[in-house]
Design a protein around this ligand. Structure first.
Ligand code: GAL
Length: 426
């Protein structure tokens, strides 16, 4: 490992390489959205890395829980109440997971005035919101700019203002707005004209943004259109606080790591109030092993990604709880500087990512460095960065909780198959 970083003046980092493959900004491995876009962003004019005005919501990446990854179409009012109770009793709320988000399949029919009703699984949405709020949590909901959601339920097309108003009256704090059947509207209205279709898409997202603003209720606005049309370039302009950069995650290592690694190069588009969203966490779902869950959590924290857990809290193991609630890892994700990390380089399946941290006071950590092993056998790596003139830095191994003291280019660590070593350094 031969990349070094030196702090020149307050917070100004310079890195240089000696034979190490620097891949920051290179195309990710996902064949779909984020990977392709990562090559496109070279040369694109970038915004300042820190926002100039304080955002009213999502100053740091939103944290919470969403029903889709585990409950999918089966979610009920009781599941949401149980989850709210467990977010409190497990300590997750106090660790930062405050949004309880109901995904698709809550929607019922519209009444005679066109007002959306919740279906029989959710008998009283206002009462549910009151319950969630009474626990010191916030409630999120889901809809689509299309006539139908992805699961075939009622969408918001033609009812945007009315729906936003209904959400505000119920006490909703977060809206995930999923393109779904609006793709069909785009095609019908602008056949064979992709730029015109994309324009319709942006207008649809802007329309719901304006409808939310009109309610006067602060709501986190989560765009879900799978990264089409390089959404990271225009998401903030339609009021997006976060936007999905990819298709759906699933609870297996290949899909999770492909999505995570595919975020390389998107760091310049994230910041306070507006975040890239590589999809919700699968930690604790499927057959992800301990090391795979640790890798997932670390990668999302390095990406300053929204941390929206998606597991069944009624069956959460102590191991999964300790991964989701590792305070130091959450602090990396939630760092006030609001910088998304990026890949520095790779040697075979070993990838080194780094994320600058605020660290502006004496003794605070200045960066997080993660060395991932995406390979199928254990690997050995050093750390490629020297923060001082003498080529040393003070480091802490976050997952083992061990202070390493001063380390230099001779330091080596073994990284398990599908695992990671996460350091904070100064
Ligand atoms: C997909 C979306 C998922 C989930 C699902 C619900 O489009 O990416 O996260 O919301 O719809 O139908």
């Amino acid at each position: 490992m031969r990349v070094r970083v030196r702090i020149l003046t307050a917070g100004c980092l310079v890195l240089w390489t000696m034979g190490y493959v620097v891949m920051a900004g290179a195309q990710g491995t996902e064949t779909g959205k984020a990977g392709a876009a990562a090559t496109k962003i070279h040369g694109v004019a970038t915004r300042p890395l820190t926002a100039t005005s304080a955002p009213t919501v999502a100053a740091t990446p939103p944290m919470g829980w969403n029903s889709w990854n585990f409950f999918a179409g089966k979610v009920t009012d009781k599941d949401i109440r149980d989850t709210a109770d467990l977010l409190v009793s497990t300590g997750m709320r106090d660790a930062g997971y405050v949004y309880v988000n109901i995904d698709d399949t809550w929607e019922g029919k519209r009444d005679a005035e066109g007002r959306i009703q919740s279906n029989e699984k959710f008998p009283d949405m206002k009462a549910l919101a009151d319950y969630v709020h009474s626990k010191g949590l916030k409630l999120g909901i889901y809809s689509s700019p299309g006539a139908k959601t992805c699961a075939g339920y009622e969408g918001s097309l033609g009812h945007e203002e009315q729906d936003a108003q209904t959400y505000a009256e119920w006490g909703i704090d977060y809206l995930k707005y999923d393109l779904c059947s609006y793709g069909g509207v785009m095609k019908a209205q602008a056949p064979d004209d992709l730029p015109a279709q994309y324009k319709l898409m942006r207008e649809a997202y802007e329309k719901m943004h304006q409808a939310i603003v009109k309610t006067g209720r602060p709501m986190v606005y989560s765009l879900c259109q799978y990264g089409w049309d390089s959404v990271w370039e225009w998401g903030p302009s339609v009021g997006g606080n976060l936007w999905r950069t990819t298709g759906d995650i699933s609870a297996n290592f290949d899909r999770m790591s492909t999505i995570g690694r595919g975020q390389a190069g998107l760091d310049r588009f994230a910041g306070p109030g507006h975040w890239n969203d590589p999809d919700m966490l699968e930690v604790g779902n499927g057959r992800l092993t301990h090391d795979e869950n640790v890798t997932h959590m670390t990668l999302w924290a390095m990406l300053a990604a929204p941390l929206i857990a998606g597991n069944n809290l009624t069956q959460m193991t102590p191991d999964v709880a300790s991964i989701l609630m590792n305070k130091e890892v959450i602090a990396i994700d939630q760092d006030a500087l609001g910088r998304q990390g990026d890949r520095l380089g790779a040697e075979g399946p070993l990838e080194t990512w780094w994320k600058p941290l605020k660290g502006d006071r004496k003794g605070e950590w200045k960066a997080a460095i993660a060395i991932f092993n995406f390979g199928d056998t254990a690997g050995v790596s050093g750390v490629p960065l020297g923060l001082d003139r003498d080529g040393t830095m003070i480091a802490r191994d976050v997952w083992s909780g061990k202070d390493l003291g001063k380390i230099d280019s001779n330091w080596r660590t073994t990284i398990p198959r599908h695992g990671v070593v996460l350091l904070v350094v100064r």
